[in-house]
Every structure is written in structure tokens, then in C-alpha cells.
Write a protein of this length. Structure first.
Length: 481
């Protein structure tokens, strides 16, 4: 957390992190707001433990949401949690809980919003669900609401606002029927809640293509303004690929309203320059594992890459990316950051790389690849969550021998040395196992037990979690050089 004056001079810098004795990988901040006295509040998520008692990954399980309070003048962390052992409020389910935004009402109650793969404020409806939590000024949580469909329901940074009447407004995206019938793929939605957690209304709208709401604000005249992006024709004919849109809604009812500009919008003529082409010099053919019709590469920022009905290759690179392969046999590479890779139909190859990624193969014989080309590293691999592993669809988990260097099994399907794979029912049993790849069938966690017979994982550790803890056998693995 840092503060600058209007001349760009830094006033203070405060770092908040899990204790050194906790097993922590990431502490991340994404939302900030100010109280009426200038007090600074922030929210985000952590893979660690803010309780001050040195928790473990087994205790907290993936990401938890957190809420913190800072002095505006000095940046000092102030006590917010009612727990005597901690200053920061931390809460979550046994799986992924992301806090994306934060707002404050006239009574200084805090509202943070996010999405979860677990049951945080109710039973999970399917995949990602939305959650909204209200925290009183003394740090006690008054209520938490969770809602969603059987599909994917999420939201982005900056997707929460409060008006002068203390009504809460939240916006996001869904591929289900959240506030109406889905128009095609992902639709935008906007919802309103009162301070007691009652939903006042919810509005869903979209085109036949993908439509995301990414940010919203409110005015003093009873209007809500929402913006986002679309691949379709949402308010006008699509100009080519991904277009920006803005919508106006009635704050009382959620009804979409028309814009009535005070003055006509003046557009300048588009000047096109002649296209100069140079002769194309053919390159000698390069060997490929398989042909791909489109090669999409992201940026170091947050990217949303969408494939075609053919075989595509997509790489997210840095930051938190969403890669959707659609049809065809696609290859999806997450790169750094916490990414979501959705294969779609077809026999897809999904490789999350660094970061705790979410991998969803969908239908077809999919491959979930763990191979950095270097020795195993928790930082280089993260702990990926495989959402829909299915042996019946001949999905496979691919292990690279350079990364899992202790493996002596020959390259090919399954383990040629049967003792290198084991199934247990507790994390402690995984640590004590003599096998190198160990699956905890009770919670779906998959471990690399680098040191074999010695207690603990050595230089290894957890590298994947299989949602719903499906049955896993040695034949579900593929070993590659």
C-alpha cells in the first residue's frame, strides 16, 4: 500500500505479508476505498495466513479473501479484525476465494465482492459463484451472500459501487441464466442489494457472442453506468473483433435506459493510408508437434484470448489471463500469473505454467501438462486446479521428466515402475509415502514426493488439485522426456 501527494511525491509505503513462519506463496491486493475520515481500507486475497499463528496450506487451502485498515497519515496497519491474534480480517472456503472490489457506505460499513469456487455464503451452484460480504466498522462480518448458476459467474476489478442511498451495485459476467435467459455465450449482468443483503434486482443482457461487464459507477440522479467489452453486436454492429460498450440502467429497477446526449456526437472522418506490402520470402518448413490454425499471444497485462472452431495455440504470458479454446484441438499456455484455461470441445493441451491456475478441458481427450523444462519448482508451477478430469474421456496428466527428475519410469503411458505412483487418503500419508507421485483421493491433491522414502516432500510439493476428487489411476498419466 502506498500514498502519493498531488505532486507525485511518495508519502508512505506499507507492505502487508503473511508471517515468515507460514507456508505462503502470494499475498495480493486488488480493491481500495476511503472512509469519511480518510481511513484507508484495502482488500485482496492470500495463499497464506494473516492470523499471526503461522498457518499451513493444509489449514487454509488455496486463496482466502482479506480486508485491512490503514492510517491515512502514516500508512500504519490498524487493527480491524475482532480476533485478538490478528489485525487483518481473513475468511474463505476450503478452495479458491478471490476478493476483487471494495466499497464503503455512509455508516462506514465495508462491502467486498469477489468470486469463489467453494461454498462461502451458501452452497456452490456449479463453478465460480459471486459473493458479497458486509463487514461492520469494528471488523465483524454482518452477512455474506453467494449466488450463481451451474456455469461460470464472475466479476472484475472495479465492479462494485454504492450510491447516496447506500444501495450496493455489482456487475460481472455469466455463461448461465443469472438474471435472465443467456443470449449466447457470456452475458453481462448488474445486480443491486440493500444494506441488509437483500437483492433488489438483477439484470442480464448480452449478444450471441461473449459480453463482459468490467466496471460500473453511479450518479446522483438514480442512474447506473456500466462498461465492458463484447465480441458481438451489443449496442451497435461490431466493428471487427472486440468492441467496448457502455450501458445506462435505472438504479431503482435495473431497466436498461436510452442515452440522450445534450449535443450531437461529432465523429471525425477516418483517413486510411495505402498499404505497402513487401515481397514475402518463404522460410524453410519447421517441425511442429501438430498444426495450429491460429497463434495468439497475450501481453504482460491481463488478457482475454478466444480461439476459433479450428486448432489454435494461445499463450497468456504474464498476469491473470483467460484463454478459451472453443472447438478444435487447441494448445493453451497460461504463462505467469493466475490464469484460467478453458479448452472447449476437442482434444486440448492445457499447461498453466507459473501461478495457481484453473484448468478446464471440457469435452474430448484433454492433456493437462506439467513440464517447465527445468527442475521442479513450486514458484514455476504453482498449484493448478483441474476442474473436470475424466478418465472416461481418456484425459491424461502429462509429467515432464526434466521437471519431475526423480522419476525413473520410461517415457510413455502410465508408470513403467509401478511403485512410483501411490494413492493415499491424507496429506500426512502423502508426505510419508515412498512413491514419487502421490494422489490424495480424499481431497484431490496431487503431490511430487521428490525425496521418496524420507519424510516430507523434499524439493517437491503439491502441484495440482483435481476438483471433486475423481478416481485416478496410474494409466491416467503420461511420462515425457
Amino acid at each position: 500500500m502506498t500514498k502519493y501527494d498531488t505532486d507525485g511525491n511518495r508519502q508512505w509505503f506499507t507492505e502487508v505479508a503473511s508471517p515468515e513462519n507460514s507456508v505462503a506463496l502470494f499475498d495480493e491486493a486488488y480493491g481500495i476505498t476511503l472512509g469519511n475520515d480518510g481511513t484507508v481500507y484495502a482488500t485482496g486475497w492470500t495463499y497464506g495466513d494473516f492470523s499471526g499463528q503461522g498457518g499451513t496450506l493444509e489449514a487454509f487451502r488455496f486463496y482466502d479473501a482479506w480486508l485491512a485498515k490503514f492510517d491515512n497519515a502514516t500508512g500504519a496497519l490498524e487493527k480491524l479484525s475482532p480476533n485478538p491474534n490478528q489485525d487483518i480480517v481473513q475468511f474463505g472456503s476450503p478452495t479458491f476465494d478471490f476478493s476483487w472490489g471494495l466499497a464503503i457506505d455512509s455508516q462506514q460499513n465495508l462491502y467486498n465482492v469477489g468470486w469463489t469456487l467453494g461454498s462461502l455464503g451458501g452452497t456452490n451452484a456449479g463453478q465460480e459463484d459471486i459473493w458479497i460480504a458486509k463487514t461492520r466498522p469494528d471488523g465483524t462480518q454482518e452477512w455474506i451472500r453467494q449466488f450463481g448458476t451451474s456455469g461460470a459467474d464472475g466479476l472484475y476489478l472495479g465492479s462494485v459501487a454504492i450510491d447516496a442511498q447506500d444501495r450496493l451495485f455489482v456487475a460481472g459476467y455469466t455463461n448461465g441464466n443469472l438474471g435472465g435467459t443467456n443470449a449466447g455465450e457470456f452475458d453481462a449482468w448488474v445486480a443491486s442489494y440493500d444494506t441488509s443483503g437483500n437483492q433488489l434486482w438483477i439484470q442480464q443482457f448480452g449478444s450471441a457472442e461473449t459480453d463482459y461487464a468490467t466496471k460500473l459507477t453511479v450518479d446522483t440522479s438514480g442512474n447506473v453506468y456500466v462498461t465492458g467489452f463484447t465480441e458481438g453486436s451489443l449496442g451497435a454492429t461490431n466493428a471487427g473483433a472486440i468492441d467496448t460498450w457502455i450501458a445506462k440502467l435505472d438504479a431503482n429497477t435495473g431497466a436498461l435506459e436510452n442515452f440522450n446526449p445534450a449535443e450531437p456526437i461529432v465523429t471525425a472522418p477516418i483517413v486510411t493510408a495505402p498499404i505497402v506490402t513487401a515481397p514475402i520470402v518463404p522460410e524453410p518448413p519447421q517441425p511442429q508437434l501438430e498444426p495450429f490454425n491460429r497463434d495468439l499471444s497475450g501481453t504482460p497485462r491481463k488478457d482475454y484470448l478466444v480461439g476459433t472452431a479450428n486448432a489454435d495455440q494461445m499463450e497468456g504470458k504474464g498476469n491473470r489471463d483467460l484463454l478459451t479454446g472453443k472447438q478444435g484441438d487447441d494448445r493453451l499456455l497460461g504463462g505467469g500469473g493466475v490464469d484460467r484455461l478453458e479448452g472447449g470441445s476437442g482434444a486440448d493441451q492445457l499447461q498453466g505454467d507459473a501461478g495457481n491456475d484453473i484448468l478446464e478441458g471440457d469435452t474430448g481427450a484433454d492433456q493437462f501438462i506439467f513440464n517447465t523444462g527445468k527442475a521442479f519448482s513450486r514458484q514455476a508451477l504453482g498449484v493448478d486446479r483441474i476442474m473436470d478430469f475424466s478418465g472416461a474421456e481418456t484425459d491424461s496428466i502429462v509429467l515432464g521428466k526434466r521437471t519431475f527428475s526423480a522419476l525413473k519410469s520410461s517415457s510413455g503411458e502410465g508408470f513403467s515402475r509401478r511403485k512410483e505412483f501411490a494413492i493415499v487418503n491424507t496429506n500426512q500419508a502423502a508426505k510419508a509415502s515412498r512413491s514419487l507421485i502421490v494422489y490424495n483421493a480424499s481431497n484431490g491433491r496431487l503431490f511430487y514426493n521428490h525425496n521418496g522414502a524420507a519424510d516430507g516432500f523434499g524439493k517437491g510439493g503439491a502441484f495440482a488439485v483435481l476438483a471433486e476428487s475423481p478416481t485416478l489411476t496410474a494409466n491416467d498419466f503420461s511420462i515425457r522426456s
